[in-house]
Design a protein around this ligand. Sequence first.
Ligand code: PLP
Length: 395
Amino acid sequence: MTILDVGLNFRSTLLENKLKKIPFNLPHLTGKEVHYLYEAVHSGQLAGNGDFTKRCHRFMQERYGFGRCLLTTSCTDALEMAALLLDIQPGDEVIMPSFTFPSTANAFVLRGAKIVFADSRADQPNVDEKQLEALITDRSRAIVLVHYAGVACEMDAIISLAERHGLFVVEDAAQAIDATYKGKPLGSIGHLAAFSFHETKNIISGEGGMLAINDARFFERAEILWEKGTNRAAFYRGEVDKYSWVDVGSSFLPTETIAAFLFAQLEQMEDIQTRRKAIWKRYEQGLQPLAGERHFSLPFYPPHTSNNGNMFYLLLPSLEKRSALIRYLVDQHNIHAVFHYLPLHSSPFYTDKHDGRSLPNCDRYADCLLRLPFYYELTEADQQRVIEAINDFFK
Ligand SMILES: *Cc1c(COP(=O)(O)O)cnc(C)c1O
């Protein structure tokens, strides 16, 4: 180490101490949460399916036209309910992208399904709808889609394929609240859809989720699975004179305090979404010049999809470049940018169960995608710091 290196190290340490950390995510509070929590706590009902739960259901059904809604304790739970509702049996095949969170697959693996992983599109991480038909066999039961970053999958092609082969369509809409496909809300198109209100999503309740049920054949049973295999919900509505054990089920419904917290967020939907979309636009404008010089590419939204301000990512040319940029941002600028999914088909749990096909686009997103800090409280000045730091890196 030379005197000069020591000097540089010292300077960079000073810089780090001085520079405020820009985290990847910060949960946003609207201010009304504590008020509604207080109301819920004093309402006399703390268990689930109370007044706040019903208000959340009504809000979602009215705003998005979902058939029915049931709050759950997570998107993971909503996906598990979907697998139960579709009556997935051991040996059934379920087709889904490999570039997703383990819960998308786990829900069906728990029922004994074999997961048939599909590759992503070349232009964005959503499943490549053109590759799906070749994966269908007579054991296929369902296609599970992930609207990555709130970008709609090619629903017309996928629904018509599913209809031709008698398959169910489940939307993993964890990142897709308030996004549309040809003007239709995501989550309203498949037979079933699962949403997440985890603190990293647009609308949050800490942990939390929701199942949207668009096929009326599932309305009654969904409610029973949700209420531990009993017809308690029907009993409370006065439709049956006692409630009993009528089916399998679990305790998928959240306590009222979670619904109260969530309702405060839902009421501020417009404000939250407007703000997040503005943040997204600023990143796009600020980073366009570097993308024009081909240092990376920006997220691609097909014209018939909408942008719900879920996340902003860069697609770098290689794993090495991405790792170097992550390190540079954190070491030199105290900015925390993160990569995303590791492919499920080559995960420690599934690699020996996968049929061996390579999924090159999925691998590329796993290696090259970088998510930038994105949260409601991100100020214009901090966002400018992120954009300038990225510019410095490529200088
Ligand atoms: C966040 C996420 C999940 C899991 O949501 P939880 O509410 O944490 O269970 C599932 N799938 C996708 C695509 C996600 O982004």
